[in-house]
Write a protein that binds this ligand. Structure first.
Ligand SMILES: [Zn+2]
Ligand SMILES: [Zn+2]
Length: 496
């Protein structure tokens, strides 16, 4: 029996199980001695040939396939154990997560939420993917290890071969894309750390910190937001628009009451782009130009009609129609958005605190003040970055002739406003930098697709998922310290 148990449980899990079962009256589910003896058994010699020749191809194949038929704890059982663990972990996390989200956002009753979550195909397909991945990866790696392949290479090949299992997660293609893109940036980050720690890459000068990632990618993103908003990721578009009501004004009350039309945020963003392209005309220039009759400007005509008559610049009349003073929307935005965004981020801080309950009980004052400080910093960063990017749209008009860098100056707005990242802690700078790099990759890819420079390959995400995971697993095996994202390292400890 003890050998069967090894297919499901590791030594630590076995001990945990006995600890749980003891109060119920079960002393030892399976005699400990037998289990220990089984685990301590040495591995049988591989080749039974009289003259073992390591390099004969058939011997290599025998060694590679050996784990599939061997019940030694380091062969098949170690893979089934991890596969089972991955399945349970993934299934629990996704179904509990979906249950909680259902209660919070869809306001379903707890009973329906639990029922939905347990029967969720999304949790099942994700668990199938993760468990097959860990199982195949482990088996291939063991087979290559028995062939004395170098650790990095064997882990790399194993991670690569197991990669296509991500297609098993067929219930959510968008999740597959998110995971693949996420791992792509993480793999680059770990590879960079690995090469630096082994001295293969020179240390970078001090001023070139991880904080620069954010301004650089935000330059591209803000440029894309105003110049090519169709390639811009939707969720981030909505995040910026919902936090920019002073610059992408919603329909004023008077207009609403009169039932008059008002352009939506996409039309306003589109019109900003056209005004920039036309070199920031004044209102009178706009009226005489060809642009006046264009569809883009027609769409936002209600804003121009509503705008304060003291406006002279078309861009300012569009961005802040209420007042010709360019500072007033900036300060109004800080006044409104700082408390609103603080509340928004507090939800995440609270969830974080729930996960750190122990620390909260041990050092309540310190933990709370730290949480408060980091929430305030993140709030200030997000609001100031967006407000600054907008403020510079107005500001450049004072310094630059309209035809100089008319569209591309928007990238400068993103770069300059990105410096607010310095408010954040170093760890957050890296996370936010990587997050925005992901959005940059996504928007550049969309832009290339829309212009027909690249073609999307069906299931292409499986290719870069496999490659990224190959690097992550190989680096994890040979230089664990280079996996410098805490939860990914812990997750790999559990799964690999
Ligand atoms: Zn074996
Ligand atoms: Zn202005």
């Amino acid at each position: 029996m003890s050998w069967l148990l090894a297919f499901a449980l590791s030594r630590r899990e076995y001990e945990g199980l006995t600890r749980v079962l003891r109060p119920v009256g079960v002393k030892e589910p399976i005699p400990r001695k037998a289990f220990e003896q089984y685990l301590a058994r040495p591995h049988p010699p591989l080749s039974r040939a009289k003259r073992p020749s390591q390099h004969a191809p058939q011997d290599k194949l025998v060694a590679f396939l050996h784990p599939w038929t061997c019940s030694h704890p380091q062969c098949l059982p170690s893979a089934t154990q991890r596969g089972l663990r991955a399945f349970l972990l993934a299934y629990l996390v996704i179904s509990v997560g979906e249950g909680v989200l259902g209660i919070l956002f869809r306001r379903t009753g707890p009973r329906t939420a639990i029922k939905n979550a347990l029967s969720s195909s999304s949790a099942y397909t994700f668990a199938m993917f993760l468990s097959s991945y860990t199982f195949i990866c482990r088996m291939v790696q063991r087979g290559l290890d028995l062939n004395h392949v170098a650790p990095f290479t064997s882990a790399f090949i194993a991670g690569l071969v197991a990669g296509p299992t991500i297609l098993l997660d067929h219930s959510s293609p968008s999740r597959r894309l998110t995971i693949s893109l996420y791992l792509l940036t993480k793999a680059m980050q770990f590879l960079f750390a690995d090469l630096q720690s082994t001295g293969k890459l020179p240390k970078l000068p001090n001023w070139f910190g991880r904080w620069l990632l954010f301004p650089l990618s935000s330059a591209q993103l803000i440029w894309c937001f105003l110049n090519d908003h169709e390639s811009f990721p939707d969720t981030y578009f909505n995040f910026i628009v919902s936090r920019s009501q002073d610059y992408i004004p919603k329909s004023p009350r008077g207009i609403q009451r009169a039932g008059k039309p008002w352009p939506n945020s996409r039309s306003i963003v589109d019109a900003i782009h056209h005004l920039a392209k036309a070199g920031y005309p004044s209102l009178s220039e706009l009226k005489q130009s060809e642009l006046a009759g264009s569809h883009a400007i027609d769409q936002v005509k209600p804003v121009f009609d509503y705008a304060n008559p003291n406006h002279t610049r078309a861009m300012c009349a569009l961005l802040h129609p209420d007042t010709p003073n360019c500072w007033s929307p900036f300060f109004h935005m800080l006044q409104v958005e700082l408390p609103r965004t603080f509340k928004f981020f507090s939800v995440f801080t609270l969830i974080g605190l729930l996960f750190n309950r122990r620390k909260l009980v041990r050092q309540p004052v310190e933990t709370l003040s730290k949480a408060l400080l980091s929430t305030s910093k993140s709030t200030a960063f997000a609001v100031l970055a967006i407000a600054t990017a907008w403020r510079f749209v107005c500001l450049w008009q004072d310094f630059m002739p309209g035809n100089v860098l008319s569209r591309d100056r928007i990238a400068l707005n993103g770069f300059i406003s990105g410096f607010w990242i310095l408010l954040e802690s170093r760890g957050r700078q890296m996370d936010l930098g990587m997050y925005s790099i992901r959005l940059t990759i996504e928007s550049v890819w969309q832009g290339l697709l829309r212009r027909g420079y690249v073609k999307s390959i069906r299931h292409g995400e499986a290719i870069y998922f496999s490659l990224s995971m190959a690097f992550v697993i190989a680096i994890y095996r040979t230089n664990r310290r280079a996996i410098n994202t805490g939860y990914i390292a812990s997750l790999l400890d559990i799964l690999m």
